[in-house]
Ligand binder design. Structure first.
Ligand SMILES: Cc1cc2nc3c(=O)[nH]c(=O)nc-3n(C[C@H](O)[C@H](O)[C@H](O)COP(=O)(O)O)c2cc1C
Length: 189
């Protein structure tokens, strides 16, 4: 079993991230190779980066960092579920990435983005650059959901169309290719 952590990037009250994330979490459970855990940055509630040392040294001084480090250390693969804020991705996700370094390294990362006409793709462009710095292995293709609000019902449930389910399946197939290979590589070190 591989530990797949699905991270919700947005934290604001009334956000829609959890609706989209619940869908991808349920889809992930179809793939028995993964033990799936949802990580909600709103609940994890990291303060703005407050560690004095560079994260690559792992000399963490705060309990919240030690806890976050342990959670991400335990992962074999990730999916970031992200909104697009002003053509970028939400600041809490950048903060959560910056807190750590080695814990992310050589682990595969898939994306689910949502937004208006651009489906969150502009956010992913900048996110790909950032994740490469901590040696996350960003995989393609991503699941990009345009006009996502049209697919959320009055109870807040995300109702995908076929193409979205298909694209999610492709994402999991890719994750399943990369996850064992990268785990074997990490175990060798
Ligand atoms: C600060 C802010 C900036 C936004 N900028 C964009 C944008 O650049 N592109 C876009 O497609 N939607 C944009 N939106 C609309 C979001 O797609 C929509 O509000 C979505 O629900 C945000 O995700 P969340 O609900 O999980 O926070 C923006 C929303 C906010 C709150």
């Amino acid at each position: 079993m591989y530990e797949l952590k699905i991270i919700i990037a947005s934290t604001r009250p009334s956000r829609k991230g959890p609706s989209v994330a619940s869908w991808i979490v349920e889809k992930a459970k179809d793939y028995k190779e993964f033990n799936v855990e949802l990580l909600d940055l709103a609940l994890i509630n990291l303060p703005m980066m407050d560690e004095p040392e560079h994260p690559r040294l792992k000399k963490y001084q705060h309990e919240h960092t030690k806890k976050w480090s342990e959670i991400i250390d335990g992962a074999d693969a990730f999916i970031f579920v992200t909104a697009e804020y002003n053509y970028g991705y939400p600041a809490p996700l950048k903060n959560a990435i910056d807190y750590l370094s080695q814990e992310w390294s050589y682990k595969p990362l898939g994306f689910v983005s949502y937004g208006g006409i651009a489906a969150g793709t502009r956010a992913l462009q900048s996110l790909r650059l950032v994740v490469s710095a901590v040696k996350l292995v960003a995989i393609d293709p991503a699941v990009n959901i345009p006009f996502f609000a049209h697919h959320i019902d009055e109870d807040g449930i995300f109702k995908p169309i076929d193409s979205m389910n298909h694209s999610a399946h492709t994402l999991f197939q890719e994750l399943l290719k990369w996850t064992p290979v990268l785990k074997a590589m990490r175990d060798k070190k």
